[in-house]
Design a protein around this ligand. Structure first.
Ligand SMILES: *Cc1c(COP(=O)(O)O)cnc(C)c1O
Length: 220
């Protein structure tokens, strides 16, 4: 087994025990394996070990490695977890099965156009900047509920969940709790939260998917 495959199994075991501890149903948390910066040959053993859901943060990088992998493994599910520029909406809609970073009107408009044009309907999440960090993508928490509603009503986009990346230097718990509260207010079910350092905490706060990179693939 490659190191990444061993680490995949270790992460899955920790997710299972976090589910138990949180009295969540076994298997209700989806592991999104974040493969950014790693090459197709590093990713392939992890797919062969059974992992099917992956996350990438750059459209262009993903275009370089995922079309061939998706052809070889048709049941893969690819998530865009990095900021989306409106001029990349076309490529993103063509390649990704889930786009987790809808965070402004212009992106909603472009996605809606491209989805109609291509006849593809990637599932969508709204990214919330729970720490209101100026350098970070995501909609402000106080605007999040209205934005989800506008995506639905003005742009015809079904938003499935919310996503956040808490500030690196803060206790993530309050950010996870805020995201959970906003999801309830907005009437969406899915919560993408938790990374290598805090995915077990995120599961305790209700994460339905965790995005884990370095704990599987090693440091970048
Ligand atoms: C890179 C990245 C991750 C994974 O981070 P790790 O700490 O390596 O697990 C999760 N979410 C987003 C949005 C990322 O860009």
């Amino acid at each position: 087994m490659t190191n990444a495959v061993e680490q995949l199994h270790a992460v899955k075991a920790k997710i299972a025990s976090a589910e138990r501890e949180a009295r969540r149903e076994p298997g209700t948390v989806t592991l999104v394996a974040v493969s950014k910066t790693f090459a197709a040959e590093d990713i392939r053993p992890v797919i062969e070990a059974g992992q099917r859901v992956f996350g990438e943060n750059r459209v262009q990088e993903a275009q370089g490695k995922w079309p061939a992998l998706k052809e070889a493994f048709p049941d893969l599910e690819l998530h865009l977890i990095g900021p989306l520029q409106s001029n990349k909406a076309k490529e993103a809609v063509a390649l990704f099965d889930v786009i987790e970073t809808v965070d402004r009107e212009k992106i909603a408009v472009e996605l809606s156009k491209e989805m109609a044009r291509q006849g593809r309907t990637p599932r969508l999440y709204v990214q919330v900047n729970t720490g209101s960090e100026p350098q970070k993508a995501g909609i402000e928490p106080r605007e999040a509920v209205a934005f989800v509603k506008r995506c639905r009503d003005a742009h015809g986009l079904a938003i499935e969940g919310l996503m956040c990346i808490p500030p690196a230097d803060e206790n993530p718990g309050p950010h996870f709790a805020l995201l959970e509260q906003l999801a309830r207010e907005a009437g969406v079910e899915k919560l993408s939260m938790g990374m290598s350092g805090d995915y077990e905490t995120a599961i305790a706060f209700g994460a339905t998917s965790v995005r884990v990179g370095s704990a599987i693939f090693g440091s970048r």
